[in-house]
Ligand binder design. Structure first.
Ligand SMILES: NC(=O)c1ccc[n+]([C@@H]2O[C@H](COP(=O)([O-])OP(=O)(O)OC[C@H]3O[C@@H](n4cnc5c(N)ncnc54)[C@H](O)[C@@H]3O)[C@@H](O)[C@H]2O)c1
Length: 353
């Protein structure tokens, strides 16, 4: 196995085919949480394990799914000797990670991410949770998985929209990390068929593997230094306050919402003279080149704007009359700022004109 040592409290990364993952738990009890589509695609690779199937996408992240999982745990007699594996995208790992953390005060939890977004971001770092009464990720905890099993070939069945969604998190990592990863991502546009036409089948397996490992390196370095998001880890929320509000209110895929959230943060930074226009344009070009939305006028509908705005100010990053907002100041230069809610509200009204 091509593994890397786990950091003190963190996850171990393995790169191996999905059909070999079950073998890693040989002699142990394995419970696999997955969604309907993935049970069909990959379920037969787990014929010796118990498979629990949850709804696809964000619908998995509900109180109802959580309590159904616990009903299954009772039925199966799951105790602390069991291992729980999330086989799927971020929706499955967010739900399963939370269930694993709560059950009997914690059972062993690992992930086999099947979306690009989960490989580069959602499966790492231990944030988990479900939505509750219109609040995105309102219930959740921090509990890092033990192992992450990555098989980039599993991404070949992913549709282009979901693939692009994962690229948004990779761009976010590049904006945080700096020029080297950012220009590597730019080089993929040429390899993948040019701006707007980038897709997984056109991107070589080696490039894809490098993208996954670089993003993982960047995210894990930040999480290892600040596992409970008391400081630096907050930069990983770039584009996410607005993104989460959009995702909930529009049903746009996570990465599409985050892309628009980054576009908004870039506009805020430009207006305050915090970023040069050519740096901002370069980031927007990369997002758009990957087929991600950056045009805020997409949100033309007044009623939708009101709902997104209301949802934004219910976000976890709000602290009383201020919000922790992540501001991109350039490629490799991202910082957090406390911005008065009223200032953000009037900026939003202006940005949406
Ligand atoms: N915990 C974190 O740190 C973190 C970080 C980022 C995002 N998230 C969360 O992740 C969720 C989004 O997850 P996601 O974008 O990975 O998608 P997802 O889990 O919602 O899945 C999207 C769709 O893709 C399908 N799919 C997954 N893998 C496939 C494959 N290999 N082939 C074909 N179809 C496949 C699924 O069945 C589903 O229909 C959001 O709820 C978001 O909040 C969490």
């Amino acid at each position: 196995l091509n593994d890397r040592p786990a950091p003190a409290s963190g996850e171990k990364l393995f790169y191996l085919p999905i059909h070999d993952v079950e073998e890693c738990f040989k002699g142990e009890r394995l419970l696999v949480v997955t969604d309907e589509r993935l049970a069909e695609l990959f379920g037969r690779s787990f014929s010796g394990s118990k498979l629990l199937v949850v709804p696809e996408g964000e619908r998995a992240k509900s109180w109802h799914s959580l309590s159904s999982l616990f009903d299954d745990f009772v039925r199966l007699g799951v105790d602390r000797s069991w291992n729980l594996l999330a086989l799927g995208g971020g929706s499955v790992s967010d739900l399963a990670g939370f269930a694993a953390h709560l059950w009997m005060r914690g059972i062993s939890f690992s992930c086999a991410p099947t979306t690009l977004l989960a490989m580069v971001d959602a499966s790492l770092g231990g944030k988990n949770g479900v939505d509750f009464r219109g609040y995105k990720n309102a219930l959740g905890s921090f509990q890092r998985p033990e192992c992450i099993f990555c098989d980039v070939s599993a991404l070949s069945s992913l549709d282009p929209v979901q693939f692009a969604s994962g690229l948004a998190e990779a761009v976010k990592h590049a904006v945080i990390d700096g020029e080297s990863y950012f220009s590597f991502l730019e080089s993929l546009l040429a390899e993948g068929g040019g701006a707007g036409a980038f897709s997984h089948p056109r991107c070589g397996a080696e490039s894809l593997k490098r993208l996954v490992t670089e993003s993982q390196r960047i995210k894990l370095a930040i999480v290892d230094a600040d596992p409970f998001e008391k400081g630096r880890r907050r930069v990983l929320n770039l584009g996410h306050s607005f993104g989460h509000a959009l995702e909930l209110e529009t049903g746009l895929p996570h990465g599409f919402s985050v892309s628009l959230g980054m576009a908004l943060a870039l506009r805020y930074a430009l207006r305050g003279g915090l970023i040069e226009d050519d740096e901002r344009s370069r980031i927007l070009r990369l997002l758009a080149g990957f087929g991600l939305p950056v045009d805020l006028s997409l949100l033309a509908d007044g009623a939708l704007r009101a709902r997104v705005s209301a949802s934004l100010f219910m976000d976890k990053k709000r602290e009383g009359a201020t919000m922790n907002f992540v501001l991109p100041r350039g490629i490799g230069h991202v910082e957090t700022a406390r911005i008065p809610v009223e200032a953000l509200r009037s900026f939003l009204e202006e940005a949406w004109k």
